[in-house]
Design a protein around this ligand. Sequence first.
Ligand code: DMJ
Length: 646
Amino acid sequence: MKCLTRLSALLYPAVGRPLVEGRGKMPVATLLPFTATPNRKSASPTSFRLTEKFILLLVFSAFITLCFGAIFFLPDSSKLLSGVFFHSSAVETNTRTGPDSSDSGSAGNDDRVLAKIRKDHEKALLEAKDTLQKRPDEIKQDIIIEKEKVVKESMGQGGKDVNNLPFVEYRRPPGATGHEPLDPETRDRRAKIKEMMKHAWDSYRRYAWGSNELRPVSKQGHSSNLFGSIKGATIVDALDTLYIMEMFEEFDAATDWVEKNLDFNVNAEVSVFEVNIRFVGGLLSAYYLSGKEVFRRKAVELGEKLLPAFKTPTGIPWALLNLKSGIGRNWPWASGGSSILAEYGTLHLEFMHLSKLSGNPEFAQKVMNIRKVLNRLDKPQGLYPNYLNPNSGQWGQHHVSVGGLGDSFYEYLLKAWLMSDKTDEEGKKMYYDALQAIETNLMRKSSGGLTYIAEWKGGLLEHKMGHLTCFAGGMIALGADGAPGDKTGHQMEQAAEIARTCHESYARTALKLGPEAFRFDGGVEAIATRQNEKYFILRPEVIETYMYMWRFTHDPKYREWGWEAVQALEQHCKVEGGYSGVRDVYAPTPNHDDVQQSFYLAETLKYLYLLFSDDDHLPFDHWVFNTEAHPLPVIKKDKTDRPNEK
Ligand code: DMJ
């Protein structure tokens, strides 16, 4: 319809004008002199000669033809005519409700209507001219944008109707499931990891089904306040591990639970970061692995619920959000009301996929804005402090860490670049620049020759490395290939050194499991000296690094180190009701903390399984892992992942 209007405007640009004038003044009165009127009757018929009569007749008939031609053949005139000759109800209503319903008012209204029509036609003409000047690809692009608008409108206000998501043709990326390794020892070890997963899962299912986590010693459910009253963290976190291990009966039971019970309509405050990495990440992975729509729907629904967290003067999100009221705030302990780098900096991967799967660009815009804010700020020594005030956009305390509070921000810069099929140059630059600053200011070698990444407090180094920081070995190895300035080899060495240090932190304990943090001062190396740093809560980071190092080097020591960890887990963490963390890795016998963390199933067991799998199982050129080890597909620039957009 719009096209037709544009076309008529193009062909008959002034179509309104003659009709307007004709309508207002011409028709009846103007014709009178040429009809047989009383006046004419009084005039002598002989006063006209035959030729004059003939000419008059000719003129008259030409005029009549012209009028009828104009009435019936000029395009799109019906509406106008109906208003003029037949007094359409629209015009009538307009006249009645207008400020003045007198004749002159009516004429004024008519003029206004006509002026509007003229304006519309002129606008259509200009648009048509513009369109004619565009290249075919620009016109195509316009059509795509129009289509997207229609899709968004059909999704309701702000794209919130998740039952009505745009059609996405599902195509499973390669390597979602693997195959048995040829080497018998590796095959057995891989089978062992699957058995561990089965024990963890079955115990959870038996004693804590629907709760967030399991208390494996007391055999009951456990709920952390990180998820408010959202339930089922272990189910959502474990979905993809069940799938890649081909535990399909369990996967189906988990899917069924998600369909029937996973509910985000809770009046409770959640951690935006935790809910994003575990729930949004877990649901996205489950969708990409299985193609089941329920996961896409739930992921987008939850993503929409997290968006109010970004309502701050800078767009840097709050750490905590009430999912019902949409009111956010920050951790009360965070320096000067700041948001935390590792929290607001660990949304990028999931949010890019949410935009892709929902057709709603808002998710991507929110995370791209975070980068903008960061890039405007001065960075001390090129480092990113862990605290940033979302109101003022200024750094809080100058505390820098590649472990807790900072870690996954760096990870997501690198992975954003990789997940974009290496098109996100900004992410790439930010990552390698940050890594350089970390190397210069934080990375040190102990007198015993162990490389570690210390923490930085206002320019002073604290010679401590967290278990969390051990993920950096894997991250540096993953990024080494793209390192600028011929640094690939150097970064691979750094990664290997960090893996060795973290292995040492395990090897130097009684239980052969690593402490939460270890130090390089006071005469010790890679050992925890404070009681509150001696616990092990089934964390994955050291094993994660072994897995990356194995993939990139195929050095058998990484599988050996992973196997040592498996034996320690079996010996000290396995209990009848699942797996538990321990309170002191230096004590000769384990004191269980009675929590089976959901990340044990999402990360620790998944990375172990991949460590003993072939490289074509979740291959790195097609998948990146979010910080909770949920695999997300690379968004291919050749669009092979988007068959319906080709
Ligand atoms: C996980 O939830 C994620 O890996 C996160 O980035 C930090 N740590 C825990 C596991 O240790």
